[in-house]
Write a protein that binds this ligand. Sequence first.
Ligand SMILES: [Zn+2]
Length: 332
Amino acid sequence: MKRILSLLVVCVSIPLVLNAQVSKQEPVKKPLPIIDIHVHSISMGNFQMGDLCPWFLENMPGTDPKTGMSFPKKDCVDPWKPAKNDDELTAAFIETINRLNITAVVFCDNPKMLFRWKKLAPDRIIPGIGVSSPGDITAEAMSDSLSSGFYKVMSECAPQYQGMSPSDTSLDKYFAIAEKLDLPVGIHMGTGGNGMANIMGTKFRAAMGNPLELEDLLHRHPKLRVWVQHAGYPFTDELIAVMGWNAYVFLDISGFIWSYPQEEIHMVIKRLIQAGFGKRIMYGTDFMGYPKMIEASIGLIQNASYLTEEQKRDILYNNAARFLRLDQGKMN
Ligand SMILES: [Zn+2]
């Protein structure tokens, strides 16, 4: 183990020396800040997915109950490899957020991993804790967790996977806590249905991902700050309707940004900007297990020729900084 560690130290120290030499002639610029508002703290012990080619949902030909359905697969030259274990995932994630100057909103899927990452990069990690059904956590426990000050957002809340609406009254007590504590709430909407009916079971309901399902919730909690995750795809018109109706609703483009066809992603971003909501689109990955996901997702925004520099900065940082109130120098 010690030998491995010392080898790692050597490997890491070489680029640092090279950087030091370069910096004498030309100072290395710190990249402009980025906020990734949608990161999962998972353990690779439970991770069951293999290599993944981004934008893999470009061909869904449909099949027959007789032959069954398998998850869409795509070939690519350079597939994303899952991290081999928690140590590799942690090292890659922390290295990437430091190098690219990223602040990450990390959800408590695995408390051990979240605490570990927070310790390693305290100024770059904003912890979150979510609830998807009343069986997950009691309202008292949620209130205690959020009141502790460690968690700054309530997310990811994904009642859609339970076939429930975010306005389901059984979840109301949780959202009331977030409103009272003035903490933003991230709600999974739209995507995630691929293969759900055929492979994984039937609780997921596409209809429960419609942003219009937020209306009763927002009516009951007029000061709640909600962000619609995964752009509520494909309910773009409905999302536009809700954002027009309620100025406190923002959105993230996580998951959607690396799984659907690129033209489709750009069409949605363009549509949202065209409809006047360029200041509410927030960058996010849905990071889980694949270290390369972060840079590929940022690249999609940075290489989008139809976006101005200001629009790119809004998506990658400014909008989330405003939503999270980081631009006021504090959360809350
Ligand atoms: Zn989600």
